[in-house]
Design a protein around this ligand. Structure first.
Ligand SMILES: *Cc1c(COP(=O)(O)O)cnc(C)c1O
Length: 427
C-alpha cells in the first residue's frame, strides 16, 4: 500500500527516503503484501465445481529465490522456461511437482534437468522436442501438454483472429497430423502422460473478447482432436496475459471477473463440444507482480533543449528496457515532494549511452532538482527480469517491504561482480 506522510511517499509503511538511504538507488521496491494479495485473488477466484484448477505463476515476469518462496507459500504452481529459472525454483525449495516447464527451444540438457529435478508438467512446443523428451528414460510420471497456436493474438487493446500463423511458439491448430504424431510420440514413453493443450495469446490483454475467442477456438480444436484420435484431453492451459495498471488510462478486467469469465467460457465449451475437460490452468505473470513493483531513482542533472526539459536519473534502460523495447508508458512522482504542485512537463531519461534511453517521454512533475528522489510505478514485471549491465551499470538491489519493515532480497551488483566471471589473459 502507498501513502503520503510528511510530503514523502511510503510503501508498505516504509519511507522511500529511508529505503534510498539504506539501500541506495536505483532500487527495485516490491510491496510484498500486494504480490500476496494478487496471488490470493487468483487462487480464490480461479475455482470451479466443474474443474480442478491451477494458478501457475509465470516466473519470467519476476524471479529470485524470495519470489519463488512467496509463490510456494501461497500455493501457486510456477512456470519456468529455462534451466536457469528451473534452478532458481529448485534452490528456493519449490515443489518440483508444481513446476510447468515451457519454452520453444529447450535443450536436451534442460529436458534432462527437468526430468532429474522431477518437474511435474512439461509443455511441448514442437515435434523434435517431443522426440527428445520421449527418448529419455525415467520412472516418475510427467504430465505433458502441447502448446497450440490458436491463431488468436491479443496485444493490449486489440486482438486479432487468424493472426500470426508464423509464430515461433507452438503448433498451428490446423496442423492436426503433426499434433497427432506428437501425441503418439509422447505416449510411446510410459512415464509420460499426454494431458491436453496449452495456448497463450499475448500480454497486457484488456479485452474480454480476446479470451472468449481463445477459449472458443480451443474448444472446437479439442473437439476436432477428440474426433481424430479417439482420445480424451482432460487438461486445458489458457496461458497468461492479464493486464496491469501502468498509467491512469489502463483499466484491466478485475481478477475476479476475468477468472469467472474463463471458468464460465470453459464450462460452456465443455458442454457445447462434450469435451470432458477436468483441469484448467492459467499462467498470470505480469498481473501478479507489475503493480507491486516500483523503481526508485535519484535525480541527477536536468537539461533544457529547444523542445524539452530532461530530468536525468541514475538508472535507465539497463533496469527498465520496456519503454525502449515497446514504448511502454509509465507514471512517476518525486517521492520527497509528493504534495508539491506538478508545474512542469518533462522527459525522464536514464544515463545509458543510447538516445532511446528514455523512461518516460512526457510526464508532469514538480520542478525537479539534483538529489530529488523519483519513483517510476508498475515496474514489477519484466523490469528486474530484463535488466542488463549495459554500460557496466550495476543491476539494482531488490527489496521487499511490508508492515513497516524492509528485506533485501537481491543485493545490488557491485563493481567486483561486474568482472567476477572475467578470466584468462589476452593472446
Ligand atoms: C509470458 C507468458 C506468460 C505470462 O504472461 P503475462 O503477460 O506476464 O501474464 C504465461 N504463459 C506463457 C507461455 C508465457 O510465454
Amino acid at each position: 500500500m502507498k501513502e503520503v506522510k510528511n510530503n514523502t511517499l511510503y510503501i508498505g509503511n516504509v519511507s522511500t527516503k529511508e529505503l534510498a538511504a539504506q539501500y541506495g538507488t536505483p532500487l527495485y521496491i516490491y510491496d510484498q503484501a500486494l504480490i500476496e494479495q494478487k496471488m490470493d485473488d487468483f487462487k480464490a477466484h480461479f475455482v470451479s465445481s466443474d474443474f480442478e484448477t491451477n494458478v501457475v505463476y509465470a516466473s519470467k515476469a519476476f524471479l529470485c529465490t524470495a519470489m519463488a518462496k512467496l509463490v510456494k507459500k501461497h500455493g501457486l504452481y510456477m512456470d519456468v522456461v529455462s534451466g536457469g529459472e528451473l534452478y532458481v525454483a529448485a534452490q528456493a525449495g519449490f515443489d518440483m511437482r508444481h513446476i510447468v516447464f515451457h519454452g520453444n527451444n529447450k535443450s536436451v540438457q534442460e529436458l534432462e534437468m527437468a526430468v532429474r529435478y522431477g518437474a511435474g508438467t512439461i509443455v511441448i512446443d514442437n515435434e523434435a522436442e517431443a522426440r527428445e523428451l520421449a527418448a529419455l528414460s525415467f520412472e516418475q510420471k510427467i504430465n505433458v501438454l502441447l502448446r497450440i497456436n490458436p491463431g488468436v493474438e491479443a496485444h493490449t487493446h486489440q486482438f486479432i483472429v487468424t493472426a500470426h500463423v508464423d509464430s515461433k511458439f507452438g503448433i498451428l491448430k490446423s496442423d492436426t497430423e503433426t499434433i497427432r504424431s506428437i501425441i503418439d510420440t509422447i505416449e510411446s514413453n510410459e512415464a509420460l502422460s499426454f494431458q491436453g493443450f496449452h495456448a497463450h495469446i499475448g500480454s497486457q490483454i484488456f479485452d474480454k473478447n480476446a479470451f472468449r475467442a481463445e477459449i472458443e477456438t480451443m474448444g472446437s480444436f479439442i473437439k476436432e482432436m477428440i474426433n481424430k484420435t479417439g482420445r480424451s484431453f482432460p487438461a486445458l492451459d489458457l496461458g497468461g496475459g492479464f493486464a496491469a495498471v501502468y498509467t491512469k488510462e489502463d483499466a484491466p478486467i478485475p481478477i475476479d471477473e476475468v477468472c469467472a469469465l474463463l471458468i464460465d467460457q470453459c464450462s460452456l465449451i465443455n458442454e457445447k463440444y462434450d469435451l470432458h475437460l477436468k483441469r484448467l490452468m492459467i499462467e498470470p505473470g505480469r498481473s501478479i507482480v507489475a503493480e507491486a513493483g516500483s523503481t526508485l531513482y535519484t535525480v541527477g542533472f536536468t537539461k533544457i533543449t529547444p523542445h524539452k526539459k530532461y530530468v536525468f536519473v541514475d538508472g535507465g534502460m539497463s533496469d527498465n528496457i520496456r519503454p525502449a523495447l515497446y514504448q511502454a508508458a509509465y507514471d512517476a512522482d518525486l517521492t520527497n515532494r509528493m504534495n508539491d504542485k506538478k508545474t512542469e512537463t518533462v522527459c525522464i531519461a536514464g544515463k545509458c549511452c543510447e538516445s532511446g534511453d528514455v523512461l518516460i517521454e512526457k510526464t508532469d512533475l514538480p520542478c525537479a532538482v539534483t538529489g530529488d528522489q523519483l519513483i517510476v510505478y508498475t515496474t514489477g514485471a519484466y523490469g528486474y527480469s530484463m535488466a542488463s549491465r549495459y554500460n557496466m551499470l550495476c543491476v539494482p538491489a531488490v527489496v521487499f517491504v511490508k508492515n513497516g519493515r524492509s528485506s533485501l532480497v537481491v543485493r545490488r551488483q557491485s563493481f567486483e561482480d561486474l568482472i567476477e566471471r572475467d578470466e584468462g589473459d589476452i593472446l
